[in-house]
Design a protein around this ligand. Sequence first.
Ligand code: FES
Ligand code: FE2
Length: 356
Amino acid sequence: MMSTGFIRDQWYVAAHAHEVGEDLLARTVLGEPIVLYRTADGTPVGLADRCVHRRFPLSLSQRVDDRIVCGYHGFTYDRTGACVAVPGQRRIPRTARVPAYPVVERDSLVWVWIGEPDRADPAAIPRAPWLDAPGWTTVRGLEPLAARYGLLVDNLLDLSHETYLHAGYIGTPEVAETPITTEVDDDARVVHVRRRMKDVACPPFYARSTGITGRIDRWQDIEFHPPCLYLLHARIAPTGVEPAPDGTDPHAFHAEIVYAITPETQTSTHDFWLVARDFATDDAEVSRFLAESNRTVVLQDVAALNALERVIAAEPPGFQELSINIDTGGLAARRLLNAMASEASGAGPLPDGRSG
Ligand code: FES
Ligand SMILES: [Fe+2]
């Protein structure tokens, strides 16, 4: 069974950049309630969402300039989390401060560091440059998942399920039929899963968005950067069209399908999804179609994983899963995640007694 332990000392996506603005946004990450907002100069800020006085959520409070005035008795916090005013007295207690999280905005995502702030290195954040690069158009969303983090990791690393769960959208029989290759880069901590399909049916998701009417070559090259960032490099081309020897690929269609998998609680997960494309970039109808189709696909996964979570919650301990070739990517991810969990600060025992 996969672990349900949180992996601290890591960067996690807390929000799409557009979600963080003037309003106070409440979001729980690895069980930690955080209030997010953007200061007047555009910097995203993340503070613990609990007033030091009587625990009132700062996200339910008032923003005054770049400060938050607690909505219960008026303790006032600056962007560093320091309390700068309390009611009825001049002296501000030395301990009046809420923790401030390291926050970095990158590639249209807002990342927060969960763990020892001293260990936060923004250079360690994996990149997804297509999401706000010229020449690309991105659609995106966020779905709440009432299932543990590990179930979504398993789901995304084994796309053979597209054939069964997503038929009529992105699934065709050939996805499940085509074997994968799995490689793990232990130093960089990346799992690569590759499925290259030749002369196969084009699923509606790509037929309608690219306009291809015939058979296609379809590549699914996954890069998972645990714990949070999942990249699916999708290449779709009329069958027989190959990239040029110099690596350019002007006659193919490329979609960069990105997920950020962020634990909310032990049994719920933020399922951030994004689809960036290098074709029909100005076509609002294609954007609308891809956004709606991908959301439908994500919700099919959400329904399935929510059902798995209910099964796990009800089952007696000791159930043994059965793994086959399609599971090599997911098993590799679990191995890396277990290694990361054992290195992190403050790693506690796994809450439900299961192990990796
Ligand atoms: S709970 Fe925030 S000021 Fe009292
Ligand atoms: Fe899926």
